[in-house]
Design a protein around this ligand. Structure first.
Ligand code: MG
Length: 367
């Protein structure tokens, strides 16, 4: 089987909440997502999605996905989409870095492998654990009272895990964590994600002020070294995210026990192939994971669900359903949240069927 054509479509994904805000005054109102379609000589087609969290979160931006695909796609024409490790080596040889550009092609080829073998992607990624997986809800940065009300509302929809966007004024962040913690019940989990927004001393101040609260602290500061310094001085379970963007730093962080949980995003690492490698390493070394992506709609959520559902339950800290945050559906068959949980499709591949009328005309077409 050979890849004959790579197409990309641009889709705007508005938010039900109209805006999503996090540390440093950053926010997004309408997500700019790219859906990738890989076609083959035997008629199978697979799909992937890459949706950066704006241009100022990770070193990735929406137009960069399309520009990168125009550069990269000619190199995968003629490659066998089922030979995923080999395909990733081909992509890495053709384009240095830019993992998020490669992610959409890699996801689409997993979709093709699943269709070719008649197996859901989660089974190909290692096996399906349990009936479904639990989701977290990200709580956009607002006042402490507004965030507490949001948590109460989403709790009513079935969520039991909440990730607060903090990383602002430390005194307000302390109030945010306290206001939300007051609204939770035993069994709920709370994460305070600063998204690199605190300076080291601020992070330690916040953590000390909430010593009595059962809360995880995620990526308090910009650099790995600052984060580790904070971790060594605070009592809370600790999550790294933005600092862990390839296998090399994951190995270092594992050896230095720099975190209890790691947040792995599919496009941050470069696709499902590399996310599986990182995931399996974490299982072997005892690091639990939040498995997700930067953002996305139905197709990104389907890929996330397959990765999460193929992860041993005790190592899956949490995952998320971005398609429920946005107002536009781009595919049938994507996971739908039920009582704060979702399941990967049991159909072959990702189990999704893109809505071509929503995707419109391709803006990248390489064949
Ligand atoms: Mg995070």
């Amino acid at each position: 089987m050979k890849i004959t054509r790579v197409l990309a479509y641009r889709v705007e994904l508005p938010l039900h909440e109209t805006t999503y805000a996090w540390s440093g005054g950053k926010s997004v109102q309408v997500f700019d997502s790219t859906i990738i379609r890989v076609e083959t000589d035997d008629g199978l087609a697979g799909h992937g999605e890459v949706c950066p969290l704006g241009p100022f979160y990770l070193p990735a931006y929406a137009e960069g996905v399309r520009a990168g695909l125009r550069e990269l796609a000619p190199h995968v024409i003629g490659a066998d989409p089922r030979q995923l490790v080999k395909l990733n080596r081909t992509m890495d040889a053709a384009l240095k870095g830019h993992p998020y550009v490669k992610s959409g092609i890699d996801i689409a080829c997993w979709d093709i492998l699943g269709q070719a073998t008649g197996l859901p992607v989660c089974e190909l990624l290692g096996g399906r654990y349990g009936d479904d997986v639990h989701l977290y809800r990200a709580i956009s940065q607002q006042s402490p009272e507004e965030m507490a009300d949001k948590v109460a509302g989403y709790r009513g929809e079935g969520y039991r895990r909440f990730q607060l966007k903090v990383g602002g004024d430390p005194d307000v962040d302390i109030a945010r964590i306290r206001a939300v913690a007051d609204r939770l019940s035993p069994g709920d989990r709370l994460v305070a994600d600063a998204n690199t927004g605190w300076v080291q001393h601020e992070a330690i101040r916040v953590a000390n002020a909430v010593r009595d609260i059962d809360v995880y602290i995620e990526q308090p500061c910009l650099t790995y070294e600052e984060c580790v310094a904070v971790r060594r001085q605070i009592p809370h379970p600790f999550v790294l995210d933005e600092s862990i963007d390839d296998i090399g730093v994951l190995l270092r962080a594992t050896a230095e026990r720099a975190m209890d949980v790691v947040n792995l995003k599919i496009s941050k690492l470069g696709g499902l192939t590399k996310s599986r490698q990182a995931r399996d390493l974490c299982v072997t070394t005892g690091i639990a994971m939040t498995l997700e992506d930067s953002w996305g709609g139905d197709i990104a959520t389907a890929a996330i669900a397959h990765l999460a559902h193929s992860t041993p339950t005790e190592f899956l800290f949490t995952t998320t359903d971005f398609n429920s945050y946005v107002t536009v559906s781009t595919a049938d068959g994507a996971p739908q949240r039920v009582n704060g949980r979702m399941a990967a499709s049991s159909e072959p591949g990702l189990g999704i069927h893109p809505k071509m009328d929503v995707l419109g005309k391709p803006i990248v077409d390489v064949h």
